[in-house]
Design a protein around this ligand. Structure first.
Ligand SMILES: [Fe+2]
Length: 289
């Protein structure tokens, strides 16, 4: 049967955040229509779970290249893993001793999109579950298009032209950064800054996105500290109360492909003795507009 005739089996998640594809082997040479269908699913549902994948690093990388150029870390602007490797695959692991380097351990990883502090943050990411043991942590994605849609009109208007600065957490000691509105009279975080619109437009879907994280040190441009803190707390509470989210409980050989523009993701802490190994590959993105 030609690959274009394959009908993939899909299961939608609650509130259309995410969809699961259960019968597609990503090792096959994907037809253009299938690649387009997968991109359409990511655009519509923000993330796609592919079950039962057996992927070498090369196969994972080849699959990712269908959707854009690889994200290239630059040591002048550090990101996860950039200190030790320019590889496009980063091991996100706990008790992952067979790998020379693995990252993020067992601690809480607050809600963020990857690389928001860079001039060109990544467009999408994939996590591939290599070895997940019992009582490891799920990953939770929040739909930031819906987060924007659910804001009241007054707030939408107020933030329409506003820019957010996200300070690069990798200039601080690892794990020391928490979600915080910075107070310049006390401490200005180090590193170059790249302000981005807090309401950005998705280049493919044209939807408006609330481009906000609640993981790092942030600041809004051209408003007073008091107004900034008030807005930060309002948006933070809004996001934490959002119903539009999906919790993925990992099984071995799951691959999750998510839109890094339109979602933020969160990982709760888990027991330091539990083994949890995933591989992440990231697709480069544009300057947010
Ligand atoms: Fe992340």
């Amino acid at each position: 049967m030609p690959l274009t005739m394959i009908k993939i089996k899909k299961t939608e998640h609650n509130k259309e955040v995410g969809i699961t594809v259960s019968d597609l082997d990503l090792n096959i040479d994907l037809s253009p229509s299938l690649i387009n269908e997968i991109q359409d699913l990511v655009n519509k549902f923000k993330l796609v779970v592919f079950k039962n994948q057996k992927l070498t690093d090369n196969a994972l990388s080849d699959f990712a290249l269908n959707f854009g150029p690889p994200f290239k870390p630059d040591n002048n602007f550090p990101v996860l893993g950039s200190q030790n490797s320019l590889d496009s695959i980063v091991v996100v692991g706990n008790q992952a001793d067979e790998y020379e380097k693995s990252y993020l351990g067992f601690q809480e990883v607050l809600p963020h999109s990857d690389h928001q502090w860079l001039k060109c943050p990544s467009a999408a990411s994939m996590l591939y579950a290599v070895d997940i043991h019992k009582y490891s942590a799920p990953t939770i994605w929040y739909d930031m298009v819906q987060a924007y849609n659910e804001l009241d009109n007054v707030l939408k208007e107020f933030i329409d032209e506003l820019k957010i600065i996200t300070y690069n957490p990798f200039y601080r000691p690892f794990g020391s950064v928490v979600a915080k509105y910075i107070n310049r009279t006390i401490d200005v975080p180090p590193g170059n800054i790249f302000p981005h619109p807090i309401v950005r437009i998705h280049p493919l879907t044209k939807e408006k996105i609330l481009y906000m994280n609640i993981a790092y040190e942030v600041e809004f441009e051209n408003i007073s500290f008091n107004d900034g803190v008030e807005l930060f707390n309002k948006l933070k509470n809004h996001i934490l109360n959002l119903d539009y989210k999906y919790e993925h409980n990992w099984e071995n050989n799951d691959l999750v492909f998510w839109d890094n523009r339109a979602t933020i993701h969160y990982r709760p802490p888990f027991d330091s003795n539990v083994r949890r190994v995933l591989k992440r590959i990231t697709i480069g993105g544009e300057k947010p507009f």
